[in-house]
Design a protein around this ligand. Structure first.
Ligand SMILES: [Zn+2]
Length: 120
């Protein structure tokens, strides 16, 4: 079942179309422009989310950054998710560059780092 809360503002969604989209009418335009400014599309997000668990995790991080309006972090999530998705097709491809992960983590507030287990 789809969430009945707006993925961006968290308000309760009431009409079926909004519930299917996961965003309310007010936030749909905001989300479209955020997605576009991250050089991605809803279609790509869906593909990455279903590629593998690692890529899906970064897309979840992306959505969280989108809710908070953190565009720089959101773009990094997309970049990393793309690399993770490619590893399914080419398992021999090198792991995600450690520096990118560190840059991402250091750009997040401490409580987020704790949540994803970067620091104890
Ligand atoms: Zn909303």
């Amino acid at each position: 079942m789809k969430s009945s809360e707006c993925q961006i503002c968290g308000k309760k969604l009431t009409d079926n179309e909004s519930i299917a989209l996961g965003v309310g009418p007010d936030c749909a335009a905001k989300r479209a422009s955020f997605v576009a400014s991250c050089d991605t599309t809803e279609a790509e997000l869906a593909v990455l989310e279903s590629a593998n668990e690692c890529a899906a995790r970064w897309i979840r991080n992306f959505r969280q950054d989108m809710r908070k309006g953190r565009i720089r972090q959101a773009r990094q999530c997309i970049e990393i998710a793309r690399r993770e998705a490619v590893r399914v097709v080419a398992p021999a491809a090198p792991a995600v560059a450690a520096i990118e992960l560190l840059e991402y983590w250091f750009s997040m507030p401490v409580h987020v780092e704790k949540r994803i287990g970067v620091i104890a």
